[in-house]
Design a protein around this ligand. Sequence first.
Ligand code: FES
Length: 109
Amino acid sequence: MPVATLLVHRGGPGEAPRHDAFEVAYEPGESVLDALRRLRAEADPTLAFRYACLNANACKECMMLLDGRVVYACTARLEPRAMRLDPLPNKPLLRDLATVLAPQDERLG
Ligand code: FES
Protein backbone atom coordinates (compact mmCIF):
# COMPACT_ATOMS: atom_id res chain seq x y z
CA MET A 1 0.00 0.00 0.00
CA PRO A 2 1.40 3.46 -0.85
CA VAL A 3 2.57 5.53 2.07
CA ALA A 4 2.80 9.26 2.75
CA THR A 5 5.59 10.37 5.06
CA LEU A 6 4.72 13.49 7.01
CA LEU A 7 7.75 15.34 8.37
CA VAL A 8 6.09 17.36 11.11
CA HIS A 9 7.62 20.27 12.98
CA ARG A 10 7.57 19.54 16.71
CA GLY A 11 8.14 21.65 19.76
CA GLY A 12 7.31 25.07 21.07
CA PRO A 13 8.81 28.55 21.25
CA GLY A 14 12.48 28.60 22.13
CA GLU A 15 12.97 24.88 21.56
CA ALA A 16 15.44 23.63 18.99
CA PRO A 17 13.40 22.93 15.85
CA ARG A 18 13.01 19.31 14.94
CA HIS A 19 10.82 17.24 12.63
CA ASP A 20 9.27 13.90 13.45
CA ALA A 21 8.59 11.53 10.56
CA PHE A 22 5.22 9.80 10.54
CA GLU A 23 4.23 7.26 7.93
CA VAL A 24 0.54 7.12 7.11
CA ALA A 25 -1.30 4.97 4.64
CA TYR A 26 -1.96 6.98 1.51
CA GLU A 27 -5.66 7.25 0.85
CA PRO A 28 -6.48 8.94 -2.48
CA GLY A 29 -8.61 12.02 -1.94
CA GLU A 30 -7.61 12.50 1.68
CA SER A 31 -6.39 15.89 2.79
CA VAL A 32 -3.27 16.63 4.79
CA LEU A 33 -5.59 17.58 7.65
CA ASP A 34 -7.31 14.18 7.43
CA ALA A 35 -3.91 12.51 7.78
CA LEU A 36 -2.92 14.73 10.73
CA ARG A 37 -6.19 13.93 12.52
CA ARG A 38 -5.60 10.23 11.89
CA LEU A 39 -2.06 10.53 13.27
CA ARG A 40 -3.28 12.28 16.39
CA ALA A 41 -5.96 9.66 16.99
CA GLU A 42 -3.82 6.63 16.24
CA ALA A 43 -0.17 7.52 16.80
CA ASP A 44 0.48 10.66 18.85
CA PRO A 45 -2.26 12.39 20.86
CA THR A 46 0.14 15.23 21.71
CA LEU A 47 0.41 16.43 18.11
CA ALA A 48 -0.78 20.07 18.02
CA PHE A 49 -2.44 21.72 15.02
CA ARG A 50 -5.52 23.85 14.47
CA TYR A 51 -8.68 23.42 12.47
CA ALA A 52 -12.33 24.23 12.86
CA CYS A 53 -14.35 23.77 9.68
CA LEU A 54 -12.61 20.60 8.39
CA ASN A 55 -12.96 21.26 4.67
CA ALA A 56 -15.01 24.32 3.99
CA ASN A 57 -11.93 26.50 3.58
CA ALA A 58 -13.82 28.98 5.73
CA CYS A 59 -12.17 29.18 9.13
CA LYS A 60 -8.57 29.56 7.91
CA GLU A 61 -7.36 27.90 11.13
CA CYS A 62 -5.51 25.12 9.35
CA MET A 63 -3.03 27.32 7.49
CA MET A 64 0.51 25.93 7.63
CA LEU A 65 3.55 25.50 5.43
CA LEU A 66 3.68 22.47 3.14
CA ASP A 67 7.15 22.13 1.68
CA GLY A 68 7.67 25.81 2.42
CA ARG A 69 4.46 27.09 0.82
CA VAL A 70 1.40 28.34 2.68
CA VAL A 71 -1.56 25.97 2.28
CA TYR A 72 -4.83 25.12 3.94
CA ALA A 73 -4.25 21.64 5.35
CA CYS A 74 -7.93 20.84 4.85
CA THR A 75 -7.77 21.37 1.10
CA ALA A 76 -4.15 20.31 0.42
CA ARG A 77 -4.23 16.74 -0.90
CA LEU A 78 -2.20 14.02 0.73
CA GLU A 79 0.35 12.59 -1.69
CA PRO A 80 2.37 9.34 -1.54
CA ARG A 81 5.70 11.02 -0.88
CA ALA A 82 7.58 12.90 1.86
CA MET A 83 5.66 16.05 2.80
CA ARG A 84 7.24 18.58 5.15
CA LEU A 85 4.88 20.49 7.44
CA ASP A 86 5.83 23.63 9.37
CA PRO A 87 3.93 26.26 11.31
CA LEU A 88 3.28 29.65 9.75
CA PRO A 89 6.56 31.56 10.08
CA ASN A 90 5.01 34.99 10.62
CA LYS A 91 2.79 34.04 13.60
CA PRO A 92 3.78 33.35 17.20
CA LEU A 93 4.33 29.61 17.67
CA LEU A 94 2.26 27.77 20.26
CA ARG A 95 3.48 24.23 19.63
CA ASP A 96 4.14 21.88 16.71
CA LEU A 97 2.00 23.27 13.85
CA ALA A 98 -0.25 25.52 15.95
CA THR A 99 0.28 29.27 15.90
CA VAL A 100 -1.52 32.25 17.40
CA LEU A 101 -3.90 33.42 14.69
CA ALA A 102 -5.50 36.56 16.14
CA PRO A 103 -3.69 39.76 15.21
CA GLN A 104 -1.39 40.89 18.01
CA ASP A 105 -3.25 44.18 18.41
CA GLU A 106 -6.76 42.75 18.25
CA ARG A 107 -8.91 43.97 21.10
CA LEU A 108 -12.44 43.23 22.12
CA GLY A 109 -14.42 46.43 22.43
S1 FES B 1 -10.12 23.69 8.64
FE1 FES B 1 -11.21 25.53 8.18
S2 FES B 1 -10.15 26.36 6.45
FE2 FES B 1 -9.15 24.46 6.87
